[in-house]
Design a protein around this ligand. Structure first.
Ligand code: GLC
Length: 746
């Protein structure tokens, strides 16, 4: 599987390289041939047929419901239908029963797997393994395209720094560099060779800034300056476009007063003007219509005009384009050239996907590839690498033969283990931790759930405690159901729901060693639970194969290597908190905390720096943190020079040693700080990471090359460049560790 992927990827990347330089050779022809084909078709289209291509409808009902609209060329794309028989029927109407025979583009939210469900994207990011994530995206594409889906509304790249926001589950966490690497991996994985029948167009979303919703409340306004957009929120989208992403989706939020679906600055000036994007832009579900709610348009005609003139090409479920564009063109409010550009972008994607040559699927063959053994293997491996060991008093890994009590609401939750946005996951295929452990240790596993679901409240756990006393070790699977994260599911309290913490306290009281595994869609505030467990593993909803993956880790077949892609807070009141914050004029320096404040304390006696009297200024676990069953040590950081020109390349050398008793994999992270800039800069930013596998006792010296131009940012003058001056570089196993080394750029 991996070898095959490499070949397809290599050819795709070669093609892409050409594509970025303007020639995308593929089995459907060179750019020039594709453009000629698109323009020839466009020249035959009526205005009504052009507008039809710009219309996407949700087609989850009976095929006959959509027959007339499809045959008359009023539908360019459908979503929410995945039955291959129905899709073939709808395609036949478009291809054989409409005037021009333009195939439909079938879209679906294939966010972290199709039938074989992988960990939610926040878990994928925790692997810090783009190659593995790419493989998973390829699996998703193979399964989805086999049934007729050729477009996924993924990857979601919204930088999120507030765990109250439910959609933090769907993105790659808080860091732009990690986000960008995951973006590239998913675009390559989904699209593969564009003309290949297993290619699924990526849709990079939500463009842009959606994850900065004020208060972590979904759909809420954002207030990102252009510099913040350019230095933090846009770079992952640019990376995805450079990787060849064929479509983008606008976001629900209004940023600085302008809803993204009507924001020509980001859609036209940046995306098309600066990045040269030649795919197409779709709205989010009725996000065009929602501009009326925003107070950005008076009616559907007004918002349709604003969206199309802002550069949006396709309307998802407002019917604004279908209902009003013809009239708007007749009145001159919208130029037909604008319509032509939009339709050209849409047709280009359909041609590049090979849809005209290959609109139908083989139903039997399509069903045969679902849940293929190699797909489940890839999902299991990804779930293993996404698990993060946050605490271990030495109780892990467990030894075979122990008597186990399994408890907790997430021990046997096949539906919820799949996580949010797993539309096509089937719980009947999920292997839960309980099922995996029972299969592995027949007769050695007791199961007393204690709580039926995470929000259940209960007084006393006598039954669980009694069972714990009969066991050698207690494995508690806690967390939150899938519905408690994802779209529109923000939380103001991030503690374990219901009586889960009380369950842990009751287990602690038995004196038996408790190992907790938290299965959730976000980083929960688990500080109060840590004293009650000997070890804690964190698994962002791990998907179909989560059970075997977690069992393999708990019993040491796999040494955990996951790292936190998001800061874990001590309490929700610390939100938003993230590692790459600015220094401020008064950085925290260990000021007095609330328990040590004397009575009648003088106003200025506590120090005057940026922190919380009750919770200080540090998180529970920083970005990039994760333990292993072994241990690693880092040498001092070596640099090939102490001063660099802007067009130089930093050569960062360090020796990593596995100082522990078992083999393991470490994610070595390289952070850099720009000490002084024309604007204030973050205290550090991730600029590279390497997964390094070492045998016990083994040392390896690595040199990581970082072009100095990677240190460029948009400064006071609005120009992206490297500013000369002093910098610091760290190499460490998380964002809070390491000893910095100074270098200069002149
Ligand atoms: C939703 C989501 C978007 C998704 C789309 C189609 O509202 O915001 O991420 O792709 O609608 O389901």
């Amino acid at each position: 599987m991996k070898y095959l992927l490499r070949i397809s990827l290599l050819s795709f990347v070669l093609m892409l390289g050409a594509a970025c330089s303007g020639d995308r050779p593929s089995t459907v022809g060179t750019d020039a041939q594709v453009e000629a084909r698109v323009n020839k078709l466009l020249s035959k289209m009526t205005l009504s047929e052009k507008i039809g291509q710009m219309n996407q409808i949700s087609a989850g009902g009976a095929v006959t419901d959509y027959a007339e609209a499809v045959r008359s060329g009023q539908v360019g794309s459908i979503l929410n239908e995945v039955d291959p028989v129905k899709l073939n029927a709808l395609q036949r109407m478009a291809v054989e029963e409409s005037r021009l025979g333009i195939p439909l583009l079938v879209g679906r939210d294939v966010i972290h797997g199709f039938h074989t469900v992988f960990p939610i994207p926040l878990g994928l990011a925790a692997t810090f393994d783009p190659a593995l994530v790419e493989e998973g995206a390829r699996v998703a594409a193979v399964e989805a395209t086999a049934l007729g889906v050729r477009w996924t509304f993924s990857p979601m790249l919204d930088i999120a720094r507030d765990p109250r926001w439910g959609r933090i589950a769907e993105g790659n966490g808080e860091d732009p560099y990690l986000d960008a690497r995951m973006a590239e991996a998913m675009v390559y994985g989904y699209q593969g060779r564009q003309a290949d029948s297993t290619s699924m167009a990526a849709c990079v979303k939500h463009f842009v800034g959606y994850g900065a919703a004020e208060g972590g409340r979904d759909y809420n306004s954002t207030y990102l300056t252009e510099r913040q957009l350019r230095n933090v929120y846009l770079p992952p989208f640019e990376a995805a476009v450079k990787a060849g992403a064929m479509t983008l989706m606008t976001s629900f939020n209004d940023n600085d007063g302008v809803p993204s679906t009507g924001n020509s600055f980001v859609v036209k000036d940046v995306l098309r003007g600066e990045w040269g994007f030649d795919g197409f832009v779709v709205t989010d579900w009725n996000s065009m219509g929602e501009m009326i709610n925003h107070g950005f348009g008076v009616d559907r005609k007004d918002v349709a005009e604003k969206a199309v003139n802002a550069g949006v090409d396709m309307d998802m479920m407002t019917y604004g384009f279908l209902s009003h564009l013809e009239e708007l063109v007749r009145s001159g409010a919208v130029k037909e050239k604008t319509i032509d550009n939009a339709v050209r972008n849409i047709l280009r994607v359909k041609v590049l996907l090979g849809l005209f040559e290959n609109p139908y699927v083989d139903v039997a063959a399509g069903k045969a590839v679902q849940y293929a053994p190699e797909h489940l293997e890839a999902a299991r491996k990804t779930a293993e690498e996404s698990a993060i060991l946050l605490k271990n008093n030495g109780v892990l890994p467990l030894k075979e033969g122990v008597r186990i009590l399994v408890t907790g609401p997430m021990a046997d939750a096949p539906y919820d283990q799949l996580g949010t946005w797993s539309f096509d996951g089937e719980k009947s295929h999920t292997i839960t931790p309980l099922k995996a452990l029972e299969a592995r240790f027949p007769g050695k596993v007791d199961y007393v759930p204690g709580l039926r679901y995470s929000r259940e409240k209960r007084n006393g756990f006598a039954d669980v405690a009694a069972a714990a006393r009969r066991a050698d070790v207690v494995l508690a699977f806690l967390g939150e159901e899938a519905i408690l994260s994802g779209e529109a599911h923000s939380l103001a309290d991030l503690n374990l729901q219901g009586s889960q913490s009380e369950l842990l306290a009751a287990l602690k009281a038995t004196g038996k060693p408790v190992v907790a595994t938290v299965i959730a869609g976000r980083p929960l505030t688990i500080e109060r639970d840590l004293p009650n467990v000997e070890a804690l593993l964190y698994s962002f909803h791990p998907g179909t194969m989560g059970g075997p993956a977690l069992a393999n880790i708990l019993f040491g077949d796999v040494n955990p290597s996951g790292k936190t892609p998001i800061t874990f807070l001590r309490t929700v009141g610390q939100a938003p908190m993230y590692y790459s914050h600015n220094m401020t004029g008064r950085p925290y320096n260990g000021e007095t905390l609330i328990d040590n404040i004397p009575l009648e304390a003088a106003q200025t006696s506590l120090g005057n720096t940026s922190y919380y009297l009750d919770y200080g200024a540090s998180p529970l676990f920083p970005f990039g943190y994760g333990l292993s069953y072994t241990s690693f040590s880092y040498s001092e950081v070596g640099l090939d020079k102490s001063s660099y020109k802007a067009d130089d390349t930093l050569k960062v050398t360090f020796t990593l040693t596995n100082t522990g008793s078992c083999d393991g994999t470490e994610v070595a992270q390289i952070y850099i700080r720009d000490m002084v800039g024309s604007i204030t800069r973050p205290v550090k930013e991730l600029k590279a990471f390497e997964r390094v596998s070492l045998k016990s006792g083994e040392s390896r010296t690595l040199t990581v090359e970082i072009p100095v131009e990677e240190l460029a940012f948009v400064g006071l003058d609005g120009v992206k460049k490297v500013e000369p001056g002093d910098f610091q570089v760290w190499v460490a196993g998380d964002s809070a560790s390491g000893v910095p080394v100074l270098f200069n750029v002149f």
